[in-house]
Design a protein around this ligand. Structure first.
Ligand code: BDR
Ligand code: CA
Length: 312
């Protein structure tokens, strides 16, 4: 089982991603680190603890990380999408576990140094903690087997501004540092997440499988309502769960190695990922950009795993 860390800002699709990891025997979720993002750090940390508790896994440590982006204060969050408390207005029961006293960067570095094999790190919020980790503890970079990043967009434009996807937009300077780090990286952006749509039928399947699935379905309701009113769609895009699918089952997504830079200027393009699609790159800082996905198969993977977790 591959050791796994999830760096996250729950967040509705983050919560699904955590549940998917817990449902997957291929990986061993050893640590969850939290970051500012969809809601503030206090809430993302509390939500991570509660989601783990929901699945009966409050043994997994949760360490809180960055409260804010590296350079500029993030002007707005995503409470209108995820609910003001981050989990779609659903109050999950509090966990008996408290957050780990260590800062996220320390917990990550200690875990990576102690791990007996390369660790997969899935970063599904703004990448501030990962940038700090690589700046403060560069020696741990070689212990990361794969860094699976949810964020950015090559050809789809943005979802927060015309140019920027949320996780990159929320900390472009961190994103630039992480993408240029040379750690083996898969970039799971809007090009592959937008075609991966979970609809009401899929949600109903895990809702019927047991209390964990029913709670996950309740959490998804607000996300579904937002998608209906904002985009007129009948399903939800489960960005972070798709990134976890690639972390759990490498090769799920079709990738091409490309140079990527982030627009860190303060203009209209801030937070855009500029993916050089003219050529395949052999640069040591190039990343594997996810370009193709079988959306229905990825959704089936998520739904069937959540069904199994809920029945257990
Ligand atoms: C990303 O932004 C957040 O709102 C989601 O949780 C996901 O990580 C998608 O752009
Ligand atoms: Ca997220």
């Amino acid at each position: 089982r591959t050791p796994l860390v999830i760096d996250t800002d729950p967040g509705i699709d983050d919560a699904l991603a955590i549940l998917l990891a817990l449902a997957s025997p291929e990986v061993d979720l050893r640590l969850v680190t939290t970051v500012h993002g969809n809601v503030d750090l206090g809430r993302t940390t509390e939500n991570a603890l509660r989601v783990l508790h929901l699945a009966g896994r409050s043994d997994v440590p949760v360490a809180a990380g960055a409260r804010d982006s590296l350079v500029y204060r993030q002007p707005e969050r995503a409470g209108h999408v995820h609910g003001e408390a981050g989990l779609g207005g659903v109050q999950l029961p509090p966990s008996p576990a408290a957050a780990d006293p260590r800062p996220a960067v320390t917990a990550l570095a200690e875990l990576l140094l102690a791990a007996e094999e390369p660790v997969t790190v899935a970063a599904i919020g703004p990448w501030t903690n990962i940038a700090l980790l690589l700046a403060v503890h560069p020696e741990v970079a070689e212990r990361i087997g794969r860094l699976v990043l949810m964020g950015g967009s090559a050809a789809r434009g943005g979802n927060v501004t015309a140019a920027a996807e949320f996780n990159v937009w929320a900390d472009p300077e961190a994103a630039q540092r992480v993408l240029g780090s040379g750690v083996p990286t898969v970039l799971v952006g809007l090009d592959v997440t937008l075609p991966t749509v979970l609809d009401a039928d899929g949600i109903a399947r895990f809702a019927a499988a047991g209390p964990v699935g029913a709670t996950a379905a309740a959490v998804l309701q607000q996300y579904l309502d937002h998608a209906r009113s904002a985009y007129g769609t009948t399903g939800v895009v489960v960005h972070d769960a798709l990134a976890l699918t690639e972390a759990i089952a490498p090769g799920t997504l079709g990738t091409v190695r490309r140079d990527v830079v982030v627009d860190t200027t303060l203009g209209a393009g801030r937070g855009q990922t500029l993916v050089d699609r003219r050529r395949v790159s052999d640069s040591p800082t190039a990343v594997d950009v996810a370009e193709t996905v079988d959306g229905p198969a990825a959704v089936e993977f998520l739904v069937s795993r959540l069904e199994a977790l809920s029945r257990a």
